[in-house]
Design a protein around this ligand. Structure first.
Ligand code: ADP
Length: 383
């Protein structure tokens, strides 16, 4: 007999802000939660989960952590997958499945997966090192401009370089990587899908993302999306196909580009709660965190409708400061009607570090955007 939700021991690999918000959602159901990461100073350390010290990249740490659990999930892709395979063999429910994680954590395998399943993505080539890339350039196999992405361990724009001119060639990274065509991006959108073991799938509506020009990470997320309803439907079908073909339980965030010719191209995916879904905490009937729990515990999926227009802003560490975290302007932000603030409890800040986020609900996207932009000016995270 499957265990009821009140009997499940749930583990999360990774103790960052995604783990923190997942634990907070799990606590709403009084779920027995275990988190593993290297320091309980991390954002998930003080929100009521059983915190286990360990390195999620280490086989023994992950295996020993998972052995006593019923369900194990992740807030980061770069965990020890061999240990997950072993735990899965021994009967622990692992979601996302290690087979899917193996594909997703390597951008080369991810892109090849899209091609194999005829899912739209930009053209690409795989390379082992810088030398191979330079040779391919001299032979005309690849041409400027292009985007280089490290195959492994990319996160928040790290491991991604846009090479537009000859002068920028010295920025090429000497790592196994993919070289992608530079897309003329009109809009970056995200659809968060969720699936449970019964095969039920629900998608949140599309949201648009704006990237921070220097930090190369998402800064604003907007609902409703400005892309046409037809394109939103098309993007939802694509997201549904990806989650089905990868056989994922739990969330899958599918980031897509709409190019200047109105084509949809998958950029990348993440099998876990995602920054583009933070606004669901206040704006949707079911938050992405609760939806993930429903997906990984094989429960009925929640309603993904939004109550109103919404804009999320990431609160980033000030560029000129590294050190102990201090905030200013919190009162002014809280005074804004429709604004909610989430601070992740990181004790030290550094330039562009994600320290929290705010979500503004309002009657229209334009009104919510205005308030979110004012939060950017009002709230400062520095000494
Ligand atoms: P990460 O895994 O670090 O989030 P992404 O692959 O999402 O990296 O790339 C970060 C950002 O770089 C994207 O959101 C987009 O703005 C830009 N970018 C990535 N790939 C391309 C591309 N092929 N063409 C144009 N811009 C791109």
């Amino acid at each position: 007999m499957p265990k009821s939700i009140s009997e499940i021991k749930l583990g999360i690999l990774g103790g960052g802000q995604l783990g923190r918000m997942l634990v907070q959602a799990a606590k709403e159901w009084n779920l027995d939660c275990y988190v593993m990461d290297e320091s309980d100073d991390f954002p998930s350390g003080n929100v009521g989960a059983n915190f286990v010290l360990g390195n999620f990249k280490n086989y023994d740490d992950v295996y020993n952590f998972g052995r006593e659990l019923d369900v194990l999930t992740v807030e980061i892709e770069h965990v020890n997958i061999d240990a997950l395979f072993k735990l899965q063999q021994e009967g622990v429910e692992i979601h996302p499945r290690p087979e899917s994680l193996n594909i997703i954590k390597d951008k080369g395998l991810q892109k090849s997966f899209y091609n194999k399943h005829k899912l739209p993505t930009s053209d690409f080539e795989l390379f082992d090192d810088k030398d191979q890339i330079m040779k391919a350039l001299s032979k005309g196999i690849i041409k400027l401009p292009f985007v280089q992405k490290s195959r492994l361990a990319g996160y928040d724009g790290k491991g991604v370089v846009l090479i537009k001119t000859e002068k920028e060639l010295n920025e090429i990274m000497d790592v196994p990587s993919i070289i992608e065509t530079l897309v003329n991006i009109q809009t970056e959108v995200s659809i968060i899908a969720c699936r449970n073991k019964k095969g039920e799938i629900k998608c949140y509506p599309a949201v648009d993302m704006d990237f921070h020009e220097k930090a190369n990470l998402v800064e604003f997320v907007y609902y409703p999306s400005k892309i046409s309803l037809d394109k939103q439907k098309e993007a939802t079908i694509i997201a549904t196909q990806v989650i089905e073909k990868l056989n994922i339980c739990g969330l899958l965030a599918v980031e897509m580009f709409i190019d200047n010719d109105n084509n949809i191209l998958i950029n990348e995916i993440a099998p876990r709660p995602h920054n583009s879904g933070h606004l669901t905490i206040e704006a949707s009937v079911t938050s992405q965190f609760q939806q993930h729990l429903r997906g990984v515990c094989n429960l009925p999926l929640g309603d993904t409708r939004f109550h109103s227009a919404a804009v999320m802003i990431n609160l980033l560490g000030w560029n000129g400061y590294s050190g102990t975290t201090r905030y200013s302007g919190i009162d002014d932000c809280l005074a804004l009607e429709g604004a909610s603030l989430h601070l992740y409890g990181k004790q030290t800040t550094k330039p562009y570090r994600k320290m929290g986020h705010a979500t503004v609900l309002d009657k229209t996207r334009i009104k919510a955007t205005k308030k979110a932009k004012s939060i950017k000016k009002l709230l400062k995270i520095y000494a």
